[in-house]
Ligand binder design. Sequence first.
Ligand SMILES: [Zn+2]
Length: 296
Amino acid sequence: MKPIRVFAVIIVVLAAAVGGALGVSTALSMAAPDAAQPSVKSEAEPEAAQLLHPEFDLSMNELRNLVSAAPVEAQEAVLARPQYFLELMKKAMKLPADYLVLVDKQNRLPSDYVPHDLVRLNEYSDRILLNRSDLSLRRALMPDLLAMIEAAEQDGISLLVSSTYRSYDYQAGLFQRNVERFGEERARTFSAEPGASQHQLGTAIDFGDITPAFAETAAGRWVRDHAHIFGFSLSYPQGFEELTGYIWEPWHYRWITRLGSEIEQEFFGGIQQHFLEFFDAAEPQLRSALESGSRE
Ligand SMILES: [Zn+2]
């Protein structure tokens, strides 16, 4: 232990010499790059461990871990505005669970899941252009859909609603018909197996003629540019086929609420799959951080 003590003395002497040579303030700022910024942190509680939001028992390091599976741009966006992000998360966790539930090839709805507030769109046929007479959607999204249609009309655009809620059994039949017609491998790129379709949620809408050509119509361009304002999100964007498991579907939008749309736009680059995958994975930990943070 004597060599250790001698070594320590040398370090102290060296540090003093360096401090003297460079000036103490320079040496300090080299050791701590953020020392110049006003800060209330103490030695025992470095910045990374401080709580980010008064109602969440969550440190910067814990939030960093929580977003580590998201794309780098999303991680940076979240860590740049953690308080704003957590405030939106707090509200998102108060929404009914099926508004933001992840439904894809790996995450399926039960066969008996039916939204409790379906309404027939025929009731709105004076205001919505319908492609068929048996369409229904959740009542919860109707105010946003009607507002979007009204805004489109103001811009001289009429939005045709072509496909909406589909039951588990209907989707099973549809998938089977697509497999018979196109072969299983191809059918899987655009048709969901029963339980894996967002249409079972009653919050997904196919607009126009349900073909790629819709993207270049006036309605297709309008909805691409404006849907997010009304809480609708393009589920299967171009360039993300690997991520979503489906071909680009410029006609297929899912209502994720205006709040969900804000989170998706501000933090997840407008990519629904990135947002909902994050929310699916992180929600239990966020919820327990909110509960224990609120108790304190
Ligand atoms: Zn669809």
